[in-house]
Design a protein around this ligand. Structure first.
Ligand code: PMT
Length: 221
C-alpha cells in the first residue's frame, strides 16, 4: 500500500485473546489468534501511522517497526489501554477480551479431589472499550469490533451506542471463512450516518477497508 494517509497519527490497536488464570496452571480464554488485530496494526504502520500494538497472548510473530505491549489478562489490557489512550488519535479494539475472570485466583494448583462437581465463581471484567468511550477526547476516533453469533448488526449497533464508539466492525463469527483464527473475515463496517458496508476477504484486506473508513473520519476532524 503506497498511500501514507495515516501519517502523523498515533494509532493504538489491541489484538488477541486474554488469559484469565484460575490457578497457576489453568486459564479461561477464547480462540482469538491475534490475526485480525495484527493485520490492522501492520496496515496502519504501512499507511504511515505511529502504531502501538497491545497484544494478548498470541503465537504470531511481533511485527517489526511497531511498539508492542505484551499483556495476559483483561486487567493488564485495561491498564495498557488507559495509558496508551492518552496519546492516541485512533484506537482500534480488535482483541477478544475475556468478559469474566475468577473471583478468587488460587495461589496453588487446584486439586482434583473426590468431588464430582466443581463450581467456579466468576466476576465480570471491566469493559475496556466502554471506559475508553467515556474518556474519549474530542477528535479521538474509537473503533470496536463485535463478535456476534446472532442478530449480528443489531447487537453491533447497540454496542457502538453503549460504548460511545465511532465505528464498529461487526463480525459474524459463525459465518464460513470468518472470525477466530482463520486468515479471512466477513465484516460489516458500521458508522454513524453511513450505510453499513459489508466486506469479505483476507484479514489484510479487511484491515485496509477499515482503515479507509478511519482515514476518512480523521480527515473530517
Ligand atoms: O484474533 P483472530 O483469530 O484474528 O480473530 C478475530 C476476532 C474474531 C477476535 C475479531 O475480529 C473480533 O471480532 N474481535 C472482538 C471480539 C470481542 O471481544 O467482541 P465483543 O463483541 O465481545 O466485544 C465488543 C468490543 O468490546 C470489542 O471491541 C472488545 O475488544 C471490547 N471489549 C469487550 C469486553 C471487555 N471486557 N472489554 C472490551 O474492551
Amino acid at each position: 500500500c503506497a498511500k501514507k494517509d495515516l501519517a502523523g497519527l498515533r494509532v493504538v490497536v489491541t489484538a488477541g485473546p486474554t488469559h484469565e488464570y484460575i490457578d497457576p496452571v489453568r486459564y479461561i480464554s477464547n480462540p482469538s489468534s491475534g490475526k485480525m488485530g495484527y493485520a490492522v496494526a501492520r496496515a496502519a504502520w504501512q499507511r504511515g501511522a505511529e502504531v502501538t500494538l497491545i497484544t494478548g497472548p498470541s503465537t504470531l510473530t511481533r511485527p517489526a517497526g511497531i511498539k508492542v505491549v505484551e499483556t495476559v489478562s483483561a486487567d493488564d489490557m485495561y491498564e495498557a489501554c488507559m495509558k496508551a489512550s492518552e496519546e492516541a488519535d485512533v484506537i482500534v479494539k480488535a482483541a477478544a477480551v475475556g468478559d469474566y475472570k475468577a473471583a478468587n485466583r488460587a495461589e496453588q494448583k487446584i486439586k482434583r479431589g473426590g468431588a464430582q462437581e466443581f463450581t467456579l465463581e466468576l466476576v465480570q471484567n471491566r469493559d475496556i472499550a466502554a471506559a475508553l468511550g467515556r474518556r474519549k477526547r474530542p477528535g479521538q476516533v474509537l473503533v470496536g469490533f463485535a463478535a456476534e453469533t446472532q442478530n449480528v448488526l443489531e447487537n453491533a449497533q447497540r454496542k457502538m451506542a453503549e460504548k460511545n464508539l465511532d465505528i464498529i466492525v461487526s463480525n459474524d463469527v459463525l459465518a464460513q471463512g470468518a472470525g477466530f483464527a482463520v486468515d479471512t473475515n466477513v465484516i460489516t463496517i458500521l458508522e454513524r450516518g453511513a450505510e453499513p458496508a459489508r466486506f469479505s476477504g483476507t484479514k489484510e484486506e479487511a484491515a485496509d477497508r477499515l482503515l479507509d473508513a478511519v482515514a476518512a473520519l480523521t480527515a473530517k476532524r
